[in-house]
Design a protein around this ligand. Structure first.
Ligand SMILES: O=C(O)CCC(=O)C(=O)O
Ligand SMILES: [Fe+2]
Length: 312
């Protein structure tokens, strides 16, 4: 039997193959925020989503499905208990220590599980699917956009489920507990990852975030040391600067309006997830606003549509 016709037939390239051969906008065009850059990501949005789906399904036997078992057990247990019975939310609050005005610190990821999450992020980079680097303050070349509202975001479906859970089940109720004034300005989400490395992206000048609250979580492995890269938080009431260091898996949750800056990293790397909450169309709380909320309202998920406003 002659099967030549079948053999000669060329298979159309799959979304993953097509995504990998896209001609990316240059770094210069990206830094200049050229309109062609935004057009590139918008034009390829569904292709990239399909590529991430294909990649995830190709690797389903070896790839981590990230979930909240990666989190510190004390935090997870307290949060799960608060969802069951919001009157027990003080156990969550007790885990967060105020380290500067409107800045709270807590063990967030289980340091023993971080290697799995970092491996997963390595696999993401190795997927060779184009992603747009965060260009908020400076282009962070090893960073990724995490929220679906962002061009060139990390659209792997299992990652997206995890990301949503971190924001809805963890960040929002905790931020409402620590900062009651953000209620009403916490329905919309944003997120990105950053990596500092000497000779690459090294520091961040003083700034505030366009968020109501920011959850900044470190992903360094135990023993993966770095020097420099302290984060300063300014206490505007006292004029004092608090210089803080991230330990593996530790989170700092702060109001977006707290000025902060990252010192230059002098050796090693520091990797973090940065997650934001803010209101519809980018609104943030007015100064002095106060809200009293029933614990049951705090431990709930807003039933609103996500808008498409991307801070950067
Ligand atoms: O260096 C850090 O961890 C802070 C990052 C930050 O403030 C930002 O990306 O807006
Ligand atoms: Fe920031």
């Amino acid at each position: 039997m002659n099967n030549t016709a079948t053999f000669n037939q060329t298979n159309p390239a799959s979304p993953l193959e097509r995504a990998r051969t896209l001609d990316l906008p240059s770094r210069e065009a990206t830094l200049n925020r050229a309109p062609s850059v935004q057009q590139f990501w918008n034009r390829n949005k569904s292709l990239l989503s399909e590529a991430w789906k294909e990649w995830e399904s190709n690797h389903q036997d070896s790839l981590l499905i990230p979930d909240t078992s990666l989190l510190d057990k004390n935090l997870r247990d307290a949060v799960e208990q608060a969802w069951q019975d919001p009157s027990k939310e003080s156990a969550v609050q007790a885990l967060w220590k105020e380290v500067s005005a409107n800045v709270f610190m807590c063990q967030f990821f289980d340091p023993e599980r971080l290697a799995e999450l970092r491996d997963y992020l390595e696999n993401i980079a190795d997927a060779k699917i184009p992603m747009r680097a965060p260009y908020g303050i400076a282009l962070n070349r090893h960073g990724a956009m995490l929220d679906p509202r962002s061009e060139g975001f990390l659209a792997a479906p299992n990652f997206q489920t995890f990301y949503r859970e971190l924001l809805d089940r963890y960040m929002r109720p905790i931020a409402r507990l620590l900062f009651p004034e953000i209620v009403g300005y916490d329905t919309q989400t944003f997120g990105f990852s950053i990596q500092y490395q000497a000779g690459m992206d090294t520091s961040l000048r003083p700034h505030t975030d366009a968020s109501a609250a920011t959850l900044n979580v470190n992903l360094n492995l135990p023993g993966e040391s770095y020097t420099g890269s302290e984060v300063d938080f300014y206490d505007t009431a006292t004029g004092k600067t608090n210089q803080l260091r991230f330990q593996p898996g530790v989170a700092m949750l702060h109001r977006g309006n707290v000025p902060h800056a990252a010192h230059p990293i002098t050796s090693g790397t520091r990797t973090n997830f940065v997650l934001w909450l803010y209101g519809d169309r980018g609104q943030t709380p007015l100064a002095g606003a106060q809200t009293t909320l029933d614990p049951r309202q705090r431990w709930s998920t807003p039933q609103v549509a996500y808008d498409e406003v991307a801070p950067f």
